[in-house]
Design a protein around this ligand. Structure first.
Ligand SMILES: [Zn+2]
Length: 298
């Protein structure tokens, strides 16, 4: 299984103690294990309606060992947060793409399975596994029991960037991008050393939007898409300012890469990446108005 590991040392330090506290354990009164084999719950019917019928997407929220990584001690996602995550994935992700993409785009290319895991998965070296994917088709989202709607940055970091990252892998695996992209950072890619190659903000100056971007061109490509659409124009510009500090060429490289991505998304997928970003941002800003506990089929 291909594993995608994001280095989030700071976040890991902040959240490791919290994830060990009693408060984060799932409510023992709410069963996460289906005892009604073959009988669909109201939530299952809702998932059928919002995900399976339109997009052929299965959201796995019940505890299924085989769909998770047995190398970690993991906790199931709570029912309550699974409902919220389902509605969040639909509202922030699928509906945003649907607004700006051609008919059938999501049904054809969006990942086919998303598994929700309650806890994070930590490694000894302080890195946290944020999502795993097998050929982009199956995605696992961790830390679902830590869902905090009041913190947009963690919503992006824990869940949505993982989805956008993996979805973008499917796109370039379907239609490859120009090798001009690979040449912009050329010999600056560091492979497996991405985790320790950069000091604070150094990746920006080298022309990478994240440490993980510096692993190799495919990761760079999908990280750029995932970060671009989860930043406001102002927060993106703030990163470009860091990228040009001390006369570094980071801004120029990031702009060159984004120009290739902008053209690629428009030419091959008929998607305006700026319109996609606007759709995601306005939805995230409107979250307080959305009933994320709803499982009623309209
Ligand atoms: Zn990746």
């Amino acid at each position: 299984m291909k594993k995608i590991i994001y280095h989030l040392l700071l976040v890991a330090i902040l959240f490791v103690p919290a994830s060990c506290s009693e408060d984060d354990q799932p409510n023992p009164d709410v069963s996460v294990v289906s005892i009604e084999e073959g009988e669909m719950s109201e939530f299952d019917k809702y998932l059928e309606h919002i995900f399976v019928e339109p997009y052929n997407l299965r959201l796995v929220y019940k505890w299924v060992d085989i769909e998770s990584d047995m190398g970690y001690q993991l906790v199931p996602a709570s029912y309550k947060n699974s409902v919220k995550m389902a509605n969040l994935i639909k509202y922030v992700c699928l509906d945003a793409y649907a607004e700006v993409s051609p008919d059938d785009f999501l049904k054809k290319y969006f990942p086919k399975m998303i598994t929700l895991i309650g806890s994070g998965a930590y490694r000894n070296n302080g890195t946290m596994l944020l999502g795993t994917a097998e050929s982009g088709l199956k995605i696992a989202l961790y830390k679902v029991n830590d869902l905090n709607l009041g913190n947009i940055n963690t919503l992006y970091a824990y869940y949505f960037r993982t989805i956008f990252h993996e979805f973008s892998h499917i796109l370039h695996q379907t239609i490859d991008y120009t090798t001009d992209f690979d040449r912009i950072s050329g010999t600056n890619y560091v492979g497996e050393g991405w985790n320790s190659a950069w000091g604070r903000n150094q990746c920006y100056q080298a022309g990478f939007i994240s440490n993980y971007s510096s692993k190799e061109p495919n990761e760079d490509f999908v990280e750029l898409i995932a970060h671009y659409i989860t930043n406001t124009p102002a927060s993106w510009e703030a990163k470009l300012v860091l990228a040009e500090a001390d006369g570094a060429e980071g801004r120029q490289k990031l702009n060159q890469k984004m120009e290739i991505i902008r053209t690629y998304m428009k030419e091959f997928w008929d998607i305006d990446i700026d319109a996609l970003r606007d759709a995601i941002q306005s939805r995230v800003n409107n979250l307080q108005q959305v009933d994320l506990d709803n499982i009623t089929i309209e």
